[in-house]
Write a protein that binds this ligand. Structure first.
Ligand code: HEC
Ligand code: HEC
Length: 291
């Protein structure tokens, strides 16, 4: 309790209004049928308390999230689908030439399908000894196979391509075993976890102070969620466009006036690795819509 109050004071000193939401808040009742099932499809999750930010999103936002025709990320996905099929690159080879259509579960000529990618990244990249996320993997193919410069991290092309890839895993449970000491991603997971709980910035807050201690509470006009990553890239009304998970990290860092890290930086890759584990079992909801 003391921790909660201290955090509340910190939030208020930042000009953020914290209002504890009562257990009976209609958004949050346990029987909510929209509640994301943390067990996912296979029901094997050991993470039953995880819930998606979808749950605390408002009605109108949810409606857009639920309807692919209304989802403002879809035009970006269409843009990416054209690039996916295009041989207009120095390698004269399209993504589809190797991977088949995005929805092709056999993965075309390479036998490597897009389905499942969004549910299982970041993965360990043996070449670099670091985690690789979907954005960096797309650019790895772009550079090594298509002999082109990679897409800029936060470009329309990259946001669309990441959304196109992750969309193929919609509804699949996020899988991560990075907490296991034998897992190749374990040290990245550990560093990401330390980052998550590290107090930083002028407000001296860790991610946990908002997304763990105050999840379900209202700050400004927003209800705090657990800060899960299963909906990225996500369209935000505030951004008026889709944004990557790393953009969200930068926003949250900025809110507490902490130093930012670069898109695709080791710090954020480690954090992303940790977040995937925190959200293991949640269904992939990319591309999601948020306030
Ligand atoms: C010449 C064949 C080839 C082309 C062209 C190609 N890829 Fe790949 N892709 C691969 C191979 C092989 C892998 C396995 C990992 C590696 O070598 O990087 C892979 C891995 C991937 C993965 C990770 C799959 C997994 O299960 O881990 C994604 C996502 C991906 N490619 C997307 C793309 C996209 C998007 C494009 C077009 C911009 C593209 N690839 C172009 C051959 C290709
Ligand atoms: C001062 C409070 C605060 C702190 C500290 C904070 N965030 Fe957030 N974060 C927010 C708010 C407000 C939102 C938007 C509402 C929500 O989903 O919680 C948000 C949203 C998010 C989301 C998007 C969730 C979704 O479903 O779309 C992620 C991911 C996230 N935060 C990660 C982090 C990480 C990682 C850290 C630590 C580096 C962090 N946040 C620190 C306030 C905070």
């Amino acid at each position: 309790m003391k921790k909660l109050i201290t955090t509340a004071i910190a939030l208020m000193s930042a000009g953020l209004l914290v209002a504890a939401c009562s257990a009976g808040d209609s958004n949050m009742s346990a029987g909510d049928s929209n509640m994301s099932k943390s067990t996912g499809e296979n029901g094997i999750s050991d993470n039953p308390d995880a819930w998606s930010g979808y749950q605390t999103a408002r009605e109108g936002v949810r409606a857009m999230n639920d309807d692919d025709f209304e989802n403002p990320v879809m035009p970006y996905v269409d843009l990416a689908a054209n690039i996916y099929d295009s041989r207009d690159n120095k390698g004269n080879i399209s993504c589809a030439d190797c991977h088949g259509a995005p929805e092709d579960e056999t993965g075309g000529r390479s036998g490597i399908p897009m389905k499942g990618v969004g549910a299982s990244y970041p993965r360990f990249n043996a070449d670099t000894g670091k985690p690789i996320n979907v954005e960096l993997q797309i650019n790895k193919c772009r550079e090594e196979r298509q002999v082109e410069k990679g897409f800029k991290y936060e470009s329309d092309e990259m946001l669309g391509m990441t959304a196109l890839v992750n969309y193929q895993s919609r509804g699949m449970p996020v899988v991560s075993t990075a907490a296991n000491p034998d897992d190749e991603l374990h040290s990245a997971w550990q560093t990401g976890k330390d980052f998550y709980y590290q107090r930083r910035g002028q407000l001296d807050m860790g991610c946990n102070n908002c997304h763990e201690d105050n999840a379900e509470n209202i700050i400004r006009a927003e209800t705090l969620s657990q800060g899960q990553s299963n909906g990225f890239p996500t369209y935000r009304f505030k951004w008026q466009k889709p944004g990557s998970l790393h953009r969200r990290f930068r926003g949250c860092n900025k809110n507490i006036r902490a130093a930012n890290f670069n898109y695709g930086s080791d710090e954020y890759l480690n954090l992303e690795t940790y977040l995937a584990w925190r959200g293991r079992g949640l269904p992939v909801e990319a591309p999601a819509v948020r306030k």
